[in-house]
Design a protein around this ligand. Structure first.
Ligand SMILES: NC(=O)c1ccc[n+]([C@@H]2O[C@H](COP(=O)([O-])OP(=O)(O)OC[C@H]3O[C@@H](n4cnc5c(N)ncnc54)[C@H](OP(=O)(O)O)[C@@H]3O)[C@@H](O)[C@H]2O)c1
Length: 347
């Protein structure tokens, strides 16, 4: 791990204007004789800052008055701090030095098949590392938001409220539920935010369970079978990031804010219906799409309808919903085959 210069992030050191890690490392000496700095009053640590959700969360906090430090692992460089969150002493050092007010914990193994095949590695990341992070956040008096999933439910009696009985059907869901419990045990003042299927700005289509089908929608000369059994709430990462930032702001005003919450889109649909919406959003044909109504037969069982009820956050005035077709256009236009479309509609 490399976090040279981090020591300046939370301690008042002469002349250091705290913007980001790179700035800090490069300006410490030249500015050393200047005025005493201000320690930023709102510090947020985002784990998994290179991931699908973490990228949106990092941007949202940075753009809205938070001194934000992102950390990640394989893709951390050059914008973020490299930190293996499975290394407890490294996590401790970072928390002690940065002293975040808020930690948004997005790092996880979120692919159900991978969790099924690598249970120990996934447990270390989704459960043990989350517990360590919560413990160290408690030590510095911070607030932590643990990102969880609607896969903690079995999908048999929707909709699910924050206090509905969890009953995960697969190892991923169990690891997220164990992570929730471990976090709330180590830091009872933490919050858990459960989310459904996510999509948003992607570097490659395979990054999201929504965007991954786009090539099959575009290639109308080949028939494409899409699941029409499992009901989803495809939710835009920018909406989630906005909600997380509102939750952090809320905690800054009211330190008793904690507990389990849900956020999701208002639109419920199957993958087949998402495919039809995608075709519609880009004025593409959808006659090559085939609805598969039988339960999928893979070795990982999935909840049929784990619809989340998100009214508790709305009652607090927290929330944002991007309509699916608008969100799909925003996320997918860079991947359009038809360049004329790109220019005509989006520029
Ligand atoms: N995606 C969904 O549809 C969905 C749905 C519901 C809930 N969720 C939850 O939302 C959260 C974010 O998911 P996502 O889709 O953004 O995941 P993702 O795109 O797979 O990103 C995972 C992040 O975790 C980081 N990471 C992995 N191992 C690490 C380690 N040992 N130390 C530090 N960082 C590590 C990765 O960093 P590097 O890549 O740099 O290594 C990456 O930034 C997860 O808690 C997931 O369970 C996701």
């Amino acid at each position: 791990m490399n976090y040279t210069g981090l020591i300046f992030l939370a301690r008042p050191v002469k002349g250091v204007q705290l913007i980001n890690l790179q700035t800090v490392s490069s300006v410490v000496t030249p500015w050393a004789e200047q005025e005493v700095p201000e320690v930023p009053s709102q510090r947020a640590l985002i784990t998994g800052a290179t991931g699908l959700l973490g990228r949106a969360v990092y941007k949202e906090f940075r753009a809205n008055g938070w001194h934000t430090l992102g950390c990640a692992f394989r893709r951390a460089r050059p914008n973020h701090l490299t930190l293996d969150i499975c290394n407890p002493s490294a996590v401790r050092r970072l928390l002690q030095e940065f002293k975040p007010h808020v930690v948004v914990h997005c790092a996880a193994e979120r692919r159900p098949d991978v969790v099924e095949n690598n249970p120990q590695r996934s447990y270390n990341l989704n459960v043990a590392a989350s517990a360590t992070l919560a413990h160290e956040t408690a030590e510095v008096g911070g607030f932590m938001i643990y990102i969880s999933s609607n896969y903690v439910f079995d999908g048999k009696s929707p909709p699910y409220g924050p206090h509905s009985q969890p009953h995960p059907l697969n190892a991923y869901g169990r690891s997220k539920l164990d992570g929730e419990n471990a976090v709330l045990h180590a830091l009872p003042g933490a919050a858990v935010l459960r989310l459904p299927l996510l999509y948003g700005e992607v570097n490659e289509l395979e990054e999201s369970g929504v965007t991954v089908i786009f090539d099959r929608i575009q290639h109308a000369n080949k028939s494409a079978s899409l699941d029409d059994w499992q009901r989803r709430q495809p939710t835009h990462t920018q909406d989630v990031a906005f909600v997380l930032r509102q939750m952090a702001d809320h905690w800054m005003q009211d330190k008793s804010f904690c507990g389990i919450y849900h956020w999701a889109s208002c639109e419920m649909m199957t993958k087949y219906e998402i495919g039809c919406a995608m075709a519609d959003a880009f004025n593409l044909p959808s006659s090559h799409l085939r609805a598969v109504t039988e339960e999928p037969t893979g070795h990982v069982q999935r909840p049929r309808d784990a619809t989340l009820d998100f009214s508790a956050l709305e009652l607090l005035g927290i929330g944002q919903h991007t309509p699916l077709r608008i969100g799909l256009r925003k996320a997918l236009w860079p991947f359009l085959d038809d360049r004329r479309w790109r220019q005509m509609v989006f520029h």
